[in-house]
Design a protein around this ligand. Sequence first.
Ligand code: GTP
Length: 360
Amino acid sequence: MTEAILLVGGKGTRLRPLTVHTPKPMVPAAGVPFLTHQLARARAAGVDHIVLATSYLAEVFEPYFGDGSALGLHIEYVTEVEPLGTGGAIRNVASRLRSAPGDPVLIFNGDILTGLDIPALVRTHETTGADVSLHLTRVTDPRAYGLVPTDATGRVTAFLEKPQTPEEIVTDQINAGAYVFRRSVIDTIPEGRPVSVERETFPELLATGAHLQGMVDSTYWLDLGTPQAFVRGSADLVLGRAPSPAVPGRCGDRLVLPTARVAPDAKLTGGTVVGADAYVGEGARITGSTILPGAVVEPGAIVTDSLVGARARIGERTVLTDAVIGDGAVVGPDNELRQGVRVWCDAHIPASSLRFSSDQ
Ligand code: GTP
């Protein structure tokens, strides 16, 4: 297999240009734009041609990844005029594929961080002769996901909407957002209108007797749809729990980009990333957090499991836990922000303005 389609479009909520909403695909995770990890993993699995299917903010990708040669890839970009949904986006790029009709084509969602064994998914596809093979992952609470039950041989038996009652939870397997399609199957997706693979393409393929094969792989898997998940994913990349050949440096407790400055007695742990040109002052303690480029964490601040946006400033002794600080925001000294709080981009919180009480 040498070709892949990477889906990075959609109605926009996932890609809005604000750190406080949801991470956009170019936000650095472990020091490089998040998509780099997926592209590098595909390359390591033998893919050399990738079509990036997008519908929004398309212009941010090409200036950075160019023709892909820096990653050993040939990357093409296709932008939808209106978002076509996952299936529509796949169909929309079919003409760019070079594979023969029987060849396997890898397709993956742009907002997932995974340690999927891509060659194993391709082998499963080839040995079972499936039309489409899907990576399935198991989750402890399947209520938020569409479910994908399989039979004893791994063949998919249904695509079920999010379960509403306990009886409807017939499996803990969910679609993990990576597929291998036989090239010719892509041409059966209707052209020129929005199509969802999960709600339309896959159920229709099943109804017409196609062979959809599930491969349950319980490797690292994280949906990066929220800033908190993004911070977790970035830390896991640094810690080496999420495997990626694109992490710039050795895996360990922290990753400090070369142009960042960290005071000698600052303590960085839990997969913390300090981005380019960022600064961490004396005595600051940062755990499991992502400090984006150009941000400043002043002396004595304590930052845990948080995202500090590009060029944001965290004042002395301020405590952040599970917080998301938008790009350019300023949180003055001696504040305490916890439990999912989000500070808007460029907002300004004066010194000693906020403390946290759970009222317990
Ligand atoms: P549908 O299956 O189309 O209903 O999308 P979904 O809501 O189930 O998909 P989700 O939002 O989980 O997105 C899965 C991946 O597909 C993400 O990486 C999205 O960026 C990408 N994606 C979703 N919709 C579109 C789209 O309209 N165009 C493109 N190019 N990518 C999309």
